[in-house]
Design a protein around this ligand. Structure first.
Ligand SMILES: C[S@@+](CC[C@H](N)C(=O)[O-])C[C@H]1O[C@@H](n2cnc3c(N)ncnc32)[C@H](O)[C@@H]1O
Length: 405
């Protein structure tokens, strides 16, 4: 609900350009609708309401398009220039990029109540590694820069955004979990938002289906943000059998148990009881030791100085450590470091093998447009053309490092 004091008069449609001039204004929702429809080819369903203050270099506004993604709708809280840049992205200019989005007619999962976790998604069919579980577009994207507004202004933009979503999408937003006991909209965003990047800038996005996936430190699914299509894609990263919960990770899992559980408690308010966190002390101590060794070995392999003691044996240890830890998504990095170390010693076929493995894992976790993934695609085709090719030929593998030959 809006505080009446935030309302100002509607802009005169005859005086507004297609891209609203940055200015401070917050108008009634019915006026915002009428103003937008009075302007030919206006790209938003509601005329944007904005706030600015001495801390902002540009106003922050709420931009809403009820037609986005075949009527699912979206609202975006950001600056006018970023909103209009977004309008040029394929998701807005080419409806076909969203063909595979938001298709929940016959989902390979069902929603269930799970003890101690609230709701979750359970597979109802066998999902093989690489299967797309779903791809969905956000109901909202909000720019962290909006925090430079006062809280009441920022919340007014968010509440207005929710009120401008199509009715089904509004209803879906309100079903989201909120556990911080604060503002009803802000809480739901804090509990459920994913960090995404647009033009290299971090934004928060709420995707109601992905928001039903619970966390596991050793998940069986991974997601990545497809920026051109403005959608989050979720894939199985291992076989998931009917009746199994589909899980993702909320955090960086390549950290010891104490760091993981503290982060989950602080940000999402739950005590992680996943198998990796609930294991007996000896088992988790061993797991923590392997994770620390993963960090050490990865750093040694990433040393491209003359003194580097990187060796293929180290890369094999790294791959094995990731396997022992069941850190499936991280394997993409282990395989990449292995491909690079083999390439650096001029070992063509092993470089190709690990580059292929890296692409297979990385494409599901980081996305097929990711820089490292594309590097590995090229390495698999022509290792001799890679920046790492032959760089360590002549270096004595592992000498003096306590590793390798
Ligand atoms: C994005 S929501 C996930 C869906 C949520 N379970 C629901 O009912 O809407 C995040 C919240 O789910 C719960 N949650 C997620 N993973 C969990 C886990 N492994 N154990 C316990 N609770 C979990 C926590 O309350 C967390 O704040």
């Amino acid at each position: 609900m809006f505080h009446p004091s935030l309302h100002h008069t509607a802009p005169n449609p005859s005086r507004v350009s297609r891209s609203p001039t940055p200015r401070k204004q917050f108008i009634y929702i019915n006026e915002a609708y009428a103003s937008a429809h009075a302007i030919p080819d206006f790209p938003w369903t509601f005329y944007p309401s904005c706030f600015a203050n001495e801390n902002t270099t540009s106003p922050y506004c709420v931009f809403s398009d009820q037609t986005f993604a075949r009527g699912r709708g979206i609202f975006i809280v950001t600056t006018p220039s970023q909103a209009y840049d977004l309008l040029a992205s394929p998701a807005f200019t080419d409806a076909s990029v969203l063909d595979s989005a938001n298709d929940f007619a016959n989902p390979p999962f069902e929603q269930r109540a799970l003890p101690g976790k609230g709701r979750g998604l359970i597979a109802n069919t066998t999902l093989h590694r690489g299967t797309q579980i779903f791809a969905s577009t956000p109901l909202l994207i909000t720019d962290p820069g909006a925090y430079s507004l006062s809280t009441s202004e920022r919340l007014a933009l968010l509440h207005r955004g929710v009120a401008t979503l199509p009715p089904d999408s509004q209803a879906r937003f309100w079903t989201l979990l909120n556990h911080f006991q604060g503002d009803a909209v802000d809480d739901r965003i804090d509990t459920n938002a994913f960090e995404i990047a647009i033009d290299g800038v971090t934004q928060y996005a709420v995707l109601p289906e992905t928001a039903l996936l619970n966390h596991d430190c050793r998940p069986n699914a991974a997601y990545f943000w497809d920026e051109a299509a403005l959608m989050l894609r979720v894939h199985a990263t291992q076989t998931i059998y009917p009746g199994e919960e589909i899980s993702i990770t909320y955090i960086d899992n390549e950290r010891p148990r104490a760091a993981r559980t503290a982060h989950l408690q602080r940000n999402w308010g739950f005590a992680c009881g996943c198998a990796a966190c609930a294991a007996p002390e000896f088992v988790t101590a061993e797991s923590d030791a392997r994770i620390l060794q993963i960090q050490e070995v990865a750093a040694l392999l990433d040393d491209w100085s003359e003194e580097s003691c990187a060796s293929p044996e180290m890369a094999m240890l790294l791959v094995s450590l990731y396997e022992q830890e069941r850190l499936g998504a991280g394997m993409g990095k282990a395989y990449r470091l292995a491909a690079e170390v083999y390439s650096s010693f001029g070992e063509r076929w092993l470089a190709v093998k690990f580059a292929r493995l890296s692409v297979e894992v990385g494409a599901l976790d980081k996305g097929w447009g990711d820089g490292d993934v594309l590097d590995m695609v090229r390495m698999a085709e022509e290792p001799e053309g890679s920046w790492s090719w032959g760089r360590r030929v002549g270096l004595r593998r592992g000498e003096g490092c306590g590793w390798g030959a």
